[in-house]
Design a binder for this molecule. Structure first.
Ligand code: ADP
Length: 171
């Protein structure tokens, strides 16, 4: 049985991530989505929220699980008995960083293979950070994330959106 780990910040999960998850779930017996709790970048959603949003998004995929983690990704992979780490690659944004990380992971854990799946064309431009920026400014995000994620983003970002709209009157 081959278990794969798809690690990331998922702040929040997007349809681009879900595309990778859906495809990886068909390739491996079990897919664990690891939600990294301590990324260097600043987060909008807490670890608990990111886990809940992911759990709801993948509830229809029976061979998937979601777990938060805070150790080195390769140590977490060993802890959950994953032989493979999955990453997604967008043409413009990811190759160099993913290559660097894959080589570092290979050095730390030569027994774990890193497999990168190319993103689907329609999600090439989609990142969690850009998504948050668009949502914050009131742009339509409905076809970029599941409905419950769009609702969570609106709820989190609504005070800022209101202030922005109110701004107009004072300037
Ligand atoms: P990180 O793990 O670097 O904090 P994310 O949580 O956003 O980044 O993404 C997790 C993984 O999903 C990374 O491998 C990233 O390259 C990939 N990814 C992000 N957005 C997309 C997308 N739109 N399509 C495919 N893969 C993506």
């Amino acid at each position: 049985m081959t278990t794969a780990l798809y690690p990331g910040s998922f702040d929040p999960v997007t349809n681009g991530h879900l595309d990778i998850i859906t495809r990886a779930a068909t390739l491996f017996d079990k897919l664990i989505i690891g939600i990294y709790s301590l990324p260097l970048k600043s987060l909008l959603f807490s670890t608990k929220e990111r886990v809940e949003l992911m759990k709801k998004a993948i509830a229809h995929l029976p061979n998937t699980e979601v777990e938060p983690y805070s150790e080195l990704t390769v140590d977490f992979a060993r802890r959950v008995n994953a032989q493979v780490i999955i990453r997604g690659i967008r043409m413009s944004a990811d190759f160099e960083r993913e290559f660097e990380m894959a080589l570092m992971n290979k050095k730390l854990a030569p027994d774990i293979e890193v497999i990168c799946l190319m993103c689907s064309l329609q999600y090439e431009f989609l990142s969690s950070s850009l998504l948050k920026e668009v949502a914050q400014l009131g742009g339509c995000i409905d076809d970029l994330v599941p409905a419950h994620v769009a609702a969570a983003l609106r709820k989190k970002l609504s005070p800022i959106a209101v202030v922005k709209r109110g701004d107009k009157a004072t300037k």
